[in-house]
Design a protein around this ligand. Structure first.
Ligand SMILES: [Zn+2]
Ligand SMILES: [Zn+2]
Length: 257
């Protein structure tokens, strides 16, 4: 069994029930539905309440960091009180798109770090061209025990820094792209007990589905690439990354069907 540790059900065209059924048929037994703003976080909580194969996160994406105010923080705290909300995020810094001013991104990220630590929930980090600032804020605020660098796009050295801190490196379909040698090298170097699989669907379809909307079931394609890069059977990747996901997100996979 595999876990898709990062998907956005509210952005997928088929209904969540259909997406989950398709994922199950591909051997993907659990999905983490990731919120990017308050409406999508609310929907993720509702999906997790209805579907035993779904857990939720709640957070405000760095793209929307300029919407993060006292009222947003209050609602976020309310959503995070639900035990089906296993993580805080996605949050982080995106200096590639700079959709929100950088000081707003840093302030919102720092607040999410504090929430994750206080609530003892995993922090789901989106980091694009901002690795030094992300590390500085994690250090400055005091990182929660579990941190996931989602859709990792850094090199081997950056991955080593995350592994050294005891955090998790999550790989999406990008590792299946032949023209991403740095990310593939980073993936090969991350130990499987700190490696997570995700689709970030509907984004980042793995090869050969590139350019088409992604689905949680396609995490199986990424698992096969990780197995190739690590030179181990895919069953070993499935077992190790599912255990990593259960640890990182505190999922009780057996008990939830
Ligand atoms: Zn992201
Ligand atoms: Zn995402």
């Amino acid at each position: 069994m595999l876990v898709d540790t990062h998907c956005h059900l509210h952005l997928l065209e088929p209904a969540p029930d259909e997406v989950v059924a398709e994922a199950l048929a591909e051997g993907v037994g659990h999905l983490v539905d990731v919120g990017v703003d308050l409406p999508s976080s609310r929907l993720a909580v509702a999906n997790a309440a209805r579907l035993p194969q779904v857990s939720a996160t709640a957070g405000i994406h760095p793209h929307d960091a300029d919407t993060f105010d006292a009222a947003a923080l209050e609602e976020l705290c309310r959503l995070l009180a639900d035990p089906r909300v296993v993580g805080v995020g996605e949050t982080g810094l995106d200096y590639h798109y700079d959709n929100s001013p950088r000081d707003a991104q840093r302030a919102a990220f720092a607040a999410h770090v504090g929430l994750a630590r206080e609530l003892d929930k995993v922090l789901v980090v989106h980091c694009r061209e901002a690795f030094p600032d992300v590390l500085a804020i994690l250090d400055g605020e005091g990182a929660p025990p579990q941190v996931v660098f989602h859709c990792f796009a850094g090199d081997e050295r950056a991955a080593a820094r995350v592994v050294e801190a005891g955090w998790y490196v999550s790989f999406a379909g990008v590792v299946t792209f032949r023209n991403a040698p740095e990310v593939r090298a980073a993936c090969a170097a991350v130990p499987l007990d700190q490696l997570l699989l995700e689709t970030d669907s509907p984004f980042l379809s793995p090869h050969p589905y590139r350019g088409r909307p992604n689905r949680p079931g396609r995490v199986a394609v990424t698992a096969r690439t990780v197995a190739e890069l690590h030179g181990v059977p895919v069953e070993q990747v499935a077992e190790a990354t599912t255990a990593s996901a259960a640890r990182a997100f505190a999922l009780s996979l057996g008990g939830r069907g």
